[in-house]
Design a protein around this ligand. Structure first.
Ligand code: KG4
Ligand code: ZN
Length: 336
């Protein structure tokens, strides 16, 4: 079974072809990062227009690269949400057109559910349930118990900023560039993470997260240190504070749930200190640890196709009528 995947929820247009849910024949990404960089973040109207320009040439290129004919595609999986409405609509309309034309099933996919599937895809495996999932990105910080391809119990979420948003905002404050996460990681490499002490937000608050206080703490530290500021040490301390915060809460969730598989996903799952800390934690709990390879951490259509493959049975019959859903909780019904 060949599944075509289409992703356009934010600033990356991506199209992929995968075989039997695990083998990537082609996965191309057209990034808009250079366009949005000068604004320090994604501008939705510009993003919509760029998706529209990119999507058909990218579809052609992906089919060519995968070495198949488009008529061999058996089903189309597409991100229907959550994300930016305009960008989502571009991908959804393209997917509907392909499915309609080829008379093949359309599978609307939840972007966050697909992020978790990316960690299995990175190991050429189909997801095995249940597991404890942590999605950390520019917009999300969700801790969930995954019970099936469309069954999730949310344990925790952020009450304000997501961790990627924290890294992006701090990088902007320090005038380091955009996106902030990779730059902060690089700047902090080899530095002493204990030189500066930053708070561990919401330490006693169950599974809820909050990262806006950490941003304020960094701004204050910059003010008090002035010219003396040790930038690499600050970047290392910030990453340690984030890794430590997740480690404590994920550790509690592993203990409480008794789950023996931990899966992390999303753009911030590329963060080395976080990956290392959570790998240690999983080992201490004798849990299997799965994380996506770096190129499957950020938004991509391969994970959408993979998640479409395993959730095809759960797609609505009249999927062609599904609408884009800017807000769509994991496991929640489709938006008609
Ligand atoms: O999942 P993603 O590609 O897009 C969504 O937000 O859905 O995640 C993007 C976020 C950005 O905030 C970026 O700064 C962060 O992921 N990021 C990282 C790293 N690479 C990307 N954060 C920390 N360390 C990294 N190596
Ligand atoms: Zn994403």
């Amino acid at each position: 079974m060949l599944t075509l995947g289409i992703e356009s929820s934010c600033d990356d247009t991506s199209i992929a072809v995968i075989e039997n849910g695990t083998r990537i024949l082609a996965s191309l990404v057209s990034s808009q990062i250079e366009i949005h960089r000068r604004f320090g973040g994604v501008v939705p109207e510009i993003a919509s227009r760029k998706h529209l320009e990119a999507i058909l040439p990218l579809l052609r290129e992906t089919i060519e690269k995968s070495g198949i004919k488009i008529s061999q595609i058996g089903q189309v999986a597409v991100t229907a949400g959550p994300g930016l409405s305009g960008p989502l609509l571009t991908g959804l309309s393209c997917a509907k057109a392909v499915a309609w034309h080829l008379k093949i099933p359309l599978i609307p996919v939840n972007h966050l559910e697909a992020h978790l599937t990316a960690s299995f895809l990175a190991n050429e495996r189909l997801p095995e349930y249940p597991f404890l999932g942590l999605i950390v990105s520019g917009g999300h910080s969700n801790l969930v118990i995954a019970k099936g391809p469309r069954g999730y119990e949310t344990l925790g979420y952020t009450v304000d900023d997501a961790p990627g948003e924290l890294f992006d905002k701090v990088a902007r404050h320090l005038q380091l560039g955009y996106p902030g996460g990779p730059i902060i990681q690089k700047t902090g490499e080899g530095a002493n993470p204990k030189k500066y002490e930053l708070p561990r937000p919401m330490a006693g608050k169950g599974y809820l997260f909050s990262f806006s206080g950490l941003k304020t703490a960094v701004v204050r530290l910059c003010e008090t240190e002035g010219d003396k500021l040790d930038l690499p040490a600050l970047c290392a301390a910030l990453q340690l504070a984030v890794a430590d915060t997740f480690s404590r809460k994920v550790g509690n969730a592993l203990k409480e749930s008794g789950l023996k598989r931990l899966v992390i996903a999303g753009g911030v799952a590329a963060n080395r200190p976080l990956r290392e800390e959570l790998a240690r934690l999983a080992e201490a709990h004798q849990a299997e640890f799965l994380m996506p390879s770096i190129h499957l951490c950020t938004d991509n259509a391969a994970m959408i196709a993979a998640h479409g493959f395993i959730s095809a049975d759960l797609a609505p019959q009249n999927a062609i009528l599904v609408n884009a859903a800017a807000n769509w909780d994991m496991g929640a019904p489709f938006n008609f």
